[in-house]
Design a protein around this ligand. Sequence first.
Ligand code: AQP
Length: 355
Amino acid sequence: MSEFRQLIFSGVQPTGNLHLGNYLGALQRFVALQDSYDCIYCVVDMHSLTATLVHDDLMEQTRAIAAAYLACGLDPKKNIIFNQSRVPQHAELAWIFNCVARIGWMNRMTQFKDKAGKDRENASLGLLAYPSLMAADILVYRATHVPVGEDQKQHLELTRDIAQKFNNDFSDRIAALGLGVEMMVGEEKVNGFFPLTEPLIEGPAPRVMSLRDGSKKMSKSDPSDLSRINLLDDADTIARKIKKAKTDPEPLPGDVEGLEGRPEADNLVTIYAALAGTTREQVIADFGGRQFSDFKPALADLAVEKLAPIGEEMRRIAGDPAYIDGVLRDGGERAGAMAEQTMKQVHQIVGLLVN
Ligand code: AQP
């Protein structure tokens, strides 16, 4: 009996400017993984309809994310890069997963609670069902690993729950059709059609916090632009935002333990370590005991050195929309062929008549 082939899938929504959190939590990881694994990287454009239905420039935003993927160093030949709406099987599998998942599971999602706010009854059904589409994005390729930031952990757990319930509910048919694949669940060997996908929440900065409030994650939807460093910010803007970043009055501590209870200092040290490719311990060894007035200019220089070239490359690539569309079209064809194969088997398992 075979095992699931190791396959990476991840995606980014085309909503607003990409920021340092997206870069350190996701894009930088995507690039690191491309040499060791088969990877599929998607611009999840249909997800961006869940909170805001009418966008002025959705296609432009989609191209901008694709440009960021390419500017960060993703190779479109080695990886599959495409936008979600080109492959209708994502939506088709999401419908089946809507029937597998339970409403209670969706109601518990903290992202839904945050984004729906107080007026939940008025949130779109799409916002509630978002994790079902996310599960379909991943499982339509039967992907085994998903690199994401820490904020996506709960959605990944739900993806596993959906896969597990589908495997259990249809276990007899999966076995009768010979479509099961062996996998380990804890100590137990089980058979299923969908893998129980593992999140890859690793790397030096899986949760980058706001520059204005160390208790909130850096986010595209934060109304304050000073809260984040956008990948398209120019050198002066990056330096200004770091200069204005909230800190406390104490100098940096002499050891990493001293960062506890100091979220803003902790965040800046983490960002420095992640951008420099070093450890937080090393940053503290270099800057411990020094004032933020010393540390911030060093961090600003480093951020400009690492991020400004990516922003420049994003702008250059964005200037050639025909090239970006070609990459997305080619990726969509390759992804579509894989998704079609999965859905043929899902139709058989579920018992839908298509011929
Ligand atoms: N602050 C963060 N630190 C580390 N990783 C992060 N990611 C997002 N914010 C951080 C990771 O980036 C990837 C793409 O995320 P997304 O744009 O598809 O959705 P998101 O998580 O909703 O991003 P934002 O910026 O937080 O958008 P809004 O404000 O709309 O909610 C994911 O892997 C995510 O974990």
